[in-house]
Design a protein around this ligand. Structure first.
Ligand code: F6P
Length: 543
């Protein structure tokens, strides 16, 4: 089934939401709490080890129900089913979108062909390879076991594994995993500095095996090896992950060293596939499987749970509410754990490459806002960086606060301080601080009335800043899998509502094409025509 194409702004629910917005836009979150009994119970979902409290939002019960109706009118349920059953929902690329199939055990067909056997075979290949590298059976050219793994890839072939490896540092083994993504030679140079070619294993990760950055970096790293050993030994140090086995082989990677992936796995959703090889190497195959299992649990929740209690559905609709009615341009993701320091950059690709589209599913320009900007940094560091703007700035920035009940390291005092900040910030963002409180506080400090009058406007916090609190029991491979899958499905929900195709990325092509043209201009004496500004810059660069 093709995804239906329904202009969300033409639905009854949208009309209703617009009306609710015009009546309720001045109603504060605190007033919603006063008006609605049991708001916390109603606006809170507990799913296994996740507690998601979305009660601190500018959202009345009525608006919530209208968002639920919107989901129905745009046929979200049918769309979810189409995705999970392997329909070609990535229509502009003619592909199914089945990263979910990588983490389930059920059989599924893609274009009439069952895929389970291939997926299981690839997983077995990962398992046996990982075990050999980890137990030292796999040896480098001088007979020594591997100590370092270098993942060479970019975008989805880098951000996902890198974020997960960082998030699972607590579970890491003796192998040091490095990531080279940027074509900037400084990235490869700095990474190679600390490495010994005798004990280094390279994973060239590229779904297409045609990405300029990855191939340039892989060639540089291969040349580095060839300064120390012969071509014959390259197979001991290079493996590839790709859906384009031919190209990987042409690059010089032995066929037995190629880990397959498939067209129906989108690059930015590929960490669950063989692209996650570095994760399994750096932790364990079992940890990788736990990650998949956790994601599968979130998949089941998303697929089967009633929308009223469905975490990704609720979070996705809340973004629509703020993006399309409150005109909020961005949202922040603030994990209260250093382990998730790379979550925001990872989600930037997942969310913005997916939903940064301006044409609807019929090919017409949209007349409403789609993909929003996401950004963030771990708390408490971000409190000392950009929270001033969140608290007192002129922009409305809804935030996701992600925290853990239990910390992994035995520093109870640290964890309590961290989590005290976690809870206090969402409270402060919602409650603010009114003039009366400010005046009382300053009077208490003995300040004169005149001085108080001058200072007080700067010390008032309007509050009413929305947040979702995502409180998870503990950071484990399984709960991490669930968290990532939660955001993946949230992206899907938004894309369905906005009536866009979330799984292509034509917008990154133009820059790539032009870069090739410019590269020729940099290498050749005579330049092709450019606009006056670019011509001037190129001339200056070449001087
Ligand atoms: O940025 C565009 C993109 O196609 C991403 O979607 C993808 O993750 C990345 O490039 C890398 O692609 P590949 O894995 O084919 O090298």
């Amino acid at each position: 089934m093709a995804l239906p194409s329904i202009n969300p702004t033409q639905t009854k629910a949208w009309q209703q939401l617009s009306e609710i917005y015009s009546v309720e836009k001045e109603t504060s979150i605190l007033e919603h709490f006063k008006n609605e009994s049991n708001r916390v119970e109603k606006f809170c979902v507990q799913f296994e080890d996740f507690l998601v409290d979305f009660s601190k939002n500018r959202l009345s019960e009525k608006a919530f129900q209208a968002l639920m109706s919107l989901a129905q009118e745009v046929k979200l349920k049918e769309a979810i089913q189409a995705q999970f059953q392997g329909d070609v929902i990535n229509q502009t690329e003619g592909r199914a979108v089945l990263h979910t199939a990588l983490r389930s055990n059920s059989e599924i067909n893609v274009e009439g062909e069952p895929i389970r056997q291939d997926v299981n075979a690839a997983k077995l290949k990962i398992k046996s390879f990982v075990e050999k590298v980890q137990n030292g059976e796999w040896k480098g050219f001088s007979g020594q076991p591997i100590t370092d793994v270098v993942n060479i890839g970019i975008g989805g072939s880098d951000l996902g594994p890198q974020m997960v490896m960082d998030a699972l540092s607590f579970y890491k083994n003796h192998l040091n995993v490095h990531f080279i993504s940027n074509v900037d030679g400084d990235h490869v140079a700095e990474t190679l500095k600390g490495l010994n070619p005798e004990t280094t294993l390279c994973l060239v990760v590229s779904k297409s095996f045609g990405t300029q950055e990855t191939l340039t970096n892989a060639t540089t790293v291969r040349n580095w090896f060839l300064k120390h050993t012969t071509q014959d030994n390259i197979k001991l140090h290079f493996v590839a992950v790709s859906a384009n086995v031919d190209k990987a082989e042409k690059f010089g990677i032995s066929i037995e060293n190629v880990f397959p992936m498939w067209d129906w796995v989108g690059g930015r959703f590929s960490l669950w596939s063989t692209v996650g090889l570095s994760i399994a190497l750096g932790t364990s195959y079992d940890a990788f499987q736990d990650l998949l299992d956790g994601a599968n649990e979130m998949d089941t929740h998303f697929k089967d749970e009633d929308f009223h209690n469905n975490i990704p559905v609720i979070l996705g609709l809340l973004t629509v509410w703020y993006n399309n009615f409150y005109n909020a341009e961005s949202e922040a993701i603030i994990p209260y754990t250093q382990y998730l320091q790379k979550l925001a950059p990872y989600l930037q690709q997942a969310i913005m490459e997916s939903n940064g589209k301006g044409v609807d599913r019929l090919g017409n320009p949209v007349s409403y806002q789609t993909g929003n900007i996401v950004w963030g940094e771990p708390g408490t560091n971000s409190q000392h960086a950009f929270f001033q703007l969140l608290h007192q700035g002129t922009k409305l920035i809804p935030c996701d606060f992600i925290g853990y009940k239990h910390s992994l390291n035995d520093f109870t005092e640290h964890h309590n301080i961290l989590m005290a900040n976690f809870f206090a910030q969402t409270e402060a963002l919602m409650n603010g601080k009114n003039e009366e409180t400010v005046v009382n506080e300053l009077e208490g400090k003995g300040m004169s009335k005149e001085d108080i009058d001058v200072l007080k406007p700067f010390k008032v916090f309007d509050g009413n800043r929305p947040t979702n609190t995502i409180l998870i029991n503990k950071l484990t491979p399984k709960s991490l899998g669930k968290l990532i899958a939660m955001y993946e499905h949230k992206i899907f929900v938004q894309g369905i509502v906005w009536n866009i195709f979330s799984y292509d990325q034509w917008g990154v092509e133009l820059g790539k094409q032009l870069a090739n043209k410019v590269l020729e201009d940099l290498n050749n004496e005579v330049m092709t025509p450019h606009d006056p500004s670019t011509t001037q810059l190129l001339k200056y660069f070449k001087e």
